[in-house]
Write a protein that binds this ligand. Structure first.
Ligand SMILES: Cc1cc2nc3c(=O)[nH]c(=O)nc-3n(C[C@H](O)[C@H](O)[C@H](O)COP(=O)(O)OP(=O)(O)OC[C@H]3O[C@@H](n4cnc5c(N)ncnc54)[C@H](O)[C@@H]3O)c2cc1C
Length: 168
């Protein structure tokens, strides 16, 4: 594609959850925005991609190596496409808890505390609940953190197979 006007107010590199959300937020400002994406266009809907294709056959797994701090190659489960990994992801939006931002001692090492805390992100999480139409129960959970607004979408019923497990 030939881009004849090279002047943009904002250039967003990557069209995944991060880039896509930023573009959605900035769109009403009227700013001239260019989205750049190195990956392919997957013509099928996310819901049409089968788990076997994603997880077993690893059809959507980038082939290039990334390198760790010691220069060792590794192959992260990631894919480059329009929509980023949200094109192939599982669509589970987990809600963070206050303690998720604190230091955690794992068996293999220390996960340091975040410089920002739950309350710094809370207004954005509340906005994201609406934008992404997150469904889920909030009551009866002692770890449920503060929300500045009630979350709008109720839980979705379990599928029959999961219902039988949840009932145990
Ligand atoms: C199989 C799978 C299932 C998952 N399931 C879940 C889930 O259920 N719930 C959940 O919360 N998370 C899930 N994740 C993780 C989630 O998809 C990612 O955390 C999220 O998509 C990351 O968003 P992002 O915008 O940071 O990056 P990405 O979605 O990776 O998007 C980045 C995009 O930027 C492009 N890009 C990078 N560099 C350049 C460049 N220099 N020029 C042009 N384009 C570039 C890439 O091609 C890519 O398309 C899953 C991930 C995978 C792989």
């Amino acid at each position: 594609m030939i881009i004849d006007d090279q002047h943009y107010d904002v250039i967003i590199i990557g069209t995944g959850a991060g880039g896509g959300t930023l573009a959605r937020k900035l769109a009403p400002t009227g700013k001239k925005i260019l989205l750049l994406e190195q990956g392919e266009l997957i013509y099928r809907e996310s819901s049409e991609l089968m788990d076997t294709e994603v997880f077993k056959k690893e059809q959507y797994h980038a082939k290039d190596a990334w390198y760790d701090n010691d220069g060792e190659p590794f192959y992260p489960q990631t894919y480059y496409s329009v929509g980023g990994n949200t094109k192939i992801w599982s669509g589970v939006l987990q809600r963070m808890r206050e303690r998720d931002f604190e230091q955690v001692q794992h068996q293999d090492g220390l996960s340091p505390a975040w410089p920002l805390k739950y309350q710094d992100f809370e207004p954005y999480y509340t906005e994201a609940e609406k934008l992404y139409q997150v469904h889920g129960k909030v009551e009866n959970d002692p770890t449920e953190p503060f929300h500045s607004e009630a979350y709008p979408f109720p839980e979705i019923a379990h599928e029959p197979m999961l219902e039988s497990i949840a009932d145990i």
